[in-house]
Design a protein around this ligand. Structure first.
Ligand code: MSP
Length: 666
């Protein structure tokens, strides 16, 4: 291990602003696969993830929930960690930007950059979107509102959120000073930004036109890290957030052993929308601190839906827990890692998800394992024969494919092309399935003289599956173990440094009856199931429920004003007597005690739902008590009984008997 380079991999730190969906989970899952791969190839790994807990949005969320920002982020941290545990994300450290160590590192760094002259105090005016926590120039706005004189008085950010004009005293970072060095770095390290197309975008859109100074602080909100020398300023999201990658390692603290060992980062994984921050601002901050830059910034694409971005309001959000519960963790891990092409977006559809589970997992891999275990039981009393190379004419074809797959897989994983690595594994799975058809073990089994060939086929299949299991270890957390167990291999994990075809352990006895590792799903049913779940409202998170995001359903066109409601007097009334009105099928005649001097009479059209009116006597209901009396079928009705309407039925709202008659409902 000592001669291998320590591997430091980071995810962005997440905003704890709501539940994480399959898209947001992707970054972390991808890093988990890479971290596992590096561990299994003998590297010492530090895998960092965490939460970006400051900012106005968080302050507002907390206020909406009636709790302090700290209470809010504490509860979100519990939820996010729970999700990562559920997805078996094996991180080494979970940083929170409210951690004391992080706060101190940010403050110290800020003061140092100020003293150095990289940071200066100025004034900022711009169009600010609270939801995006970002300033926009007028030209960046998606829509602008103008007054009669044509002055811009407001508008919408590209995200669709409203913006407001804000002028603030603000600290700025002199970005331009480092532009040339950054361009040189890009040129000298072609692998720095992956995929490379992102680099061109950064150069053409931001660096070459001239870097603007970056606003670093705010005075309009409090929930952030204070600037020690000017505490009315809090450090605004980016410098606070970016510094997490260093503070988590103990940079500039008394305990910086991890920093010494792991910095510069081997790879920092991000989504495509935060490339600018990580490939321009972050490297420049590091240059100002005289620190080496990360080796690689890797930007992946997005998981989107057919109708664009996942969003609660569109009702197209897919939560990972639902898929895990129904199809198992590895089905989700496989799907996400397999579907996302290098650097591009991937579209989630229920059809595609179910197809991958059925074809790739249940059919191709699951059946190969099932058939292999069944044949070894049938033809070899369950014992995997000893490996010998090249007995049948097809053996070398299979072992050559395996060797190629191992090589290509390695190359793909080193390039962080996890999806390609999975495709490689499946090419071995397909080759092994084809090998069964070519060698026809059932024919060999009929001829005792061909025993050696049969044995060779069996061990070649078992060995192919072992290799598949070994190569799957970074991506799938449960399947490799299940494959090894079904093949009778004791080992639960294989180091991947020197993996070779032909090293199947001796004396393994397969299990007597293999169970399918991925049950085949009824496609139609499951597509409908996922679709239905996508349309469901998100289950409320412990505290994170934003009432403003709830669509209120009303059958009335106009909302009632509070004053309208106040006019209505609702009371508790006890049913003293109830009977049908002769000649009127629908009407019931009620005598009620609503705390008045005498009893009152109400007629209600609910007879068909209460065939035996006498049973209602003694129940307490809610009535509208101040309706103007009116006559129905010649009988006076002095109010209205409240009923709930559902499934075409009407049922009276019952009130607990302990509430005195005449109590007002408010
Ligand atoms: N807090 C910032 C990052 C600061 S890092 C110094 C942030 N947080 S985030 O919560 O909005 O995003 C976290 C990660 O989730 C990002 O990598 C983002 O790209 C990823 N994703 C969020 N939705 C996504 C998809 N639909 N698909 C794939 N990844 C997406 O940005």
């Amino acid at each position: 291990m000592a001669d291998k380079k320590p591997f430091y991999i980071t995810t962005p730190i997440y905003y704890p602003s709501g539940r994480l969906h399959i898209g947001s989970s992707y970054t972390t899952l991808f890093c988990d696969a890479m971290a596992r791969y590096k561990r299994l190839t003998g590297h010492e790994v530090f895998f960092l993830t965490g939460l970006d807990e400051h900012g106005q949005k968080i302050e507002q969320k907390a206020e909406e929930n009636g709790i302090t920002p700290q209470e809010y982020v504490d509860s979100m941290a519990v939820d996010v960690k729970k999700l990562w545990k559920h997805l078996e994300i094996n991180y080494d450290h979970f940083i929170r930007t409210t951690d004391k160590q992080h706060v101190e590192v940010v403050q110290k760094t800020f003061e140092r950059l100020l003293a150095q002259g990289d940071i200066y105090l100025g004034e900022y005016q711009g169009w600010y979107s609270v939801s995006d926590e970002e300033y926009f120039t007028e030209t960046q706005l998606m829509e602008v509102y103008k007054d009669d004189q044509g002055n811009v008085i407001g508008g919408k950010a590209p995200s669709g959120h409203e913006v407001e004009l804000v002028t603030e005293e603000c600290y700025f970072f002199r970005m331009g000073k480092y532009a040339d060095r950054l361009i040189e770095h890009y040129a000298a390290h072609p692998e720095f930004i992956q995929p490379e197309s992102r680099k061109t975008e950064m150069l053409n859109n931001f660096i070459i036109p001239g870097l603007e100074d970056l606003a670093l602080t705010r005075t309009t909100f409090k929930w952030g890290i204070e600037v020690p020398s000017n505490p009315k300023h809090v450090v605004y999201v980016w410098i606070d957030a970016l510094m997490n990658y260093l503070s988590a390692l103990g940079y500039s603290t008394d305990n910086d052993a991890n920093f010494q060992k792991f910095w510069p980062a081997s790879v920092q994984v991000i989504g495509k929308e935060i490339v600018r921050f990580h490939t321009i601002y972050w490297p420049i901050i590091l240059m100002a601190l005289d620190l080496p830059l990360p080796e690689k910034i890797y930007a992946h694409g997005w998981i989107v839906m057919k109708d664009g971005k996942m969003s609660k309001s569109k009702g197209n959000v897919v939560y990972p827990e639902m898929l895990v519960e129904r199809y198992g963790l590895d089905a989700l891990r496989y799907y996400l890692l397999r579907s996302m092409p290098f650097g591009n977006d991937s579209v989630f559809t229920p059809e595609d998800f179910v197809a991958r589970v059925n074809y790739d997992l249940a059919n191709d891999l699951g059946n190969l394992l099932n058939r292999t275990v069944a044949m070894i039981n049938k033809y070899c009393d369950g014992f995997v024969p000893k490996y010998a190379s090249h007995v049948t004419e097809f053996d070398s074809g299979l072992s050559t494919t395996a060797a190629n797959v191992i090589g290509n897989y390695r190359k793909a994983m080193e390039n962080m092309e996890v999806s390609v690595a999975l495709q490689e594994i499946w090419s071995l799975v397909s080759r092994a399935n084809k090998y069964i058809d070519e060698t026809e073990p059932w024919v060999l089994a009929k001829d005792e003289e061909r025993r050696a060939e049969l044995n060779s086929v069996m061990v070649h299949l078992a060995e192919s599956l072992r290799i598949v299991g070994v190569l799957l270890q970074p991506m799938l957390t449960q399947t490799p173990g299940k494959i090894f167990k079904q093949l009778g291999i004791d080992q639960v994990e294989f180091n991947m440094e020197s993996i070779r075809f032909g090293e199947f352990p001796n004396d393994c006895k397969v299990i007597s009856k293999g169970t399918p590792i991925f049950p085949r799903q009824d496609a139609e049913e499951e597509i409908a199931y996922i679709q239905e779940k996508m349309n469901e409202k998100a289950p409320a998170n412990s505290v994170v429920w934003n009432p403003e995001e709830t669509t209120l359903v009303s059958s009335k066109e106009k909302p009632a004003k509070f004053e309208d409601f106040e006019k209505v007097e609702l009371k508790v009334a006890e049913i003293i007597d109830c009977q049908k009105v002769e000649g009127a099928d629908k009407l019931l005649q009620f005598r009620l005690d609503a705390g008045d001097e005498g009893h009152r009479q109400i007629l209600s059209g609910i007879a068909e739902f209460y065939p035996d009116p006498s049973e209602l006597v003694g129940k307490k209901v809610a009535i509208v008590a101040n309706l103007k009396p009116r006559k129905i079928r010649g009988l006076i009705s002095q109010g209205m009984i409240l009923s709930a309407e559902y499934d075409g039925k009407l049922k009276m709202i019952e009130v607990p008997k302990s509430i005195p008659n005449g109590s007002e409902l408010a």
